[in-house]
Design a protein around this ligand. Sequence first.
Ligand code: ADP
Ligand code: MG
Length: 322
Amino acid sequence: MITPAIIVRHCVKNYGERRALDGLNLEIKQGEIFCILGPNGGGKSTLFRILSTFIQPDEGSAEILGYDVVTSAAEVRARIGVVFQSPSLDPKLTVRENLLCSGALYGLQGKELEDRIQATIGTVQLSERLNDFVGDLSGGLQRRTEIAKCLLTSPEVLILDEPSTGLDPAARLDLWAALEQLRQEKKVTILCTTHIMDEAARADRVGILSAGKLVALGTPEELISALHGDVLRLSLRSGVDAFAQKINDHFGISAHVIEGEVRLEHPDAYALAARIAADFPNEITGLHIARPTLEDVFIARTGTLFAEQEVEPRVLHKKEKS
Ligand code: ADP
Ligand code: MG
């Protein structure tokens, strides 16, 4: 059997009273592009720090390519590339100078370093910009420089923490094109955290992380098709809670109130909408039907809107802390 690129087993991480990771299990295959999608405070950066060997889990374990991140941290570090959420380039140096400095830190020099710079810069399509100051590049090109920097050591697994934060949609597409090319050319496994739905929808598989737990795992298509059909949202003159109950009683469908609207999923949402409109003509002021997205998966699994869920993580009970 091929060793998984990443295995996380029952990982728990507390910061004092706060539980940031709550028994997380995860397995990522070699060559996969995997996205951890989660709202702010969901535990993404904590997982990123554990996998990149910066912090240790309180319970459970994690392995990269068969090496434990705690007991074999040096072997792990030799095989991973890490891109932090905050930029780690010197804007006053050129792309080339940034790469030279980084390579030197890893003990690379001379022709070997030069060859690696040429190779990585080609992968992220920055060959034309090698002599530009990093500070003059767009956000997207800076991100690609950052990826080039961590590719110098030819990592087998690349871990990126919210690499798209602060990028405009075009730069985000650029970044994803570079990641896809990297996987294709170099067979690198890519684990990327994000809070952007569209970005997660591009990954091979997605794990939705909420309050330190995986609440969903699968390909974007699997997650979406596990919902009960299209999403119907109803705006009402008043009494949303009572109306949701009426839908439950009248049609035997479970409807929820989210952000002042009644919301439900149904395989034939158009026919259902017509029936609701006919049966309750004076109550509905607006009606919206759409194909479900990963946001709907999140709502279905957690009962809250993604953006709303700035999670206040669980505060531990005394007996759990021992
Ligand atoms: P994300 O990256 O998904 O936003 P984090 O892993 O940064 O989530 O944080 C998870 C939870 O742990 C949050 O509630 C955050 O406030 C808390 N947390 C993260 N880092 C620390 C820290 N160094 N000290 C105390 N609490 C922290
Ligand atoms: Mg974070």
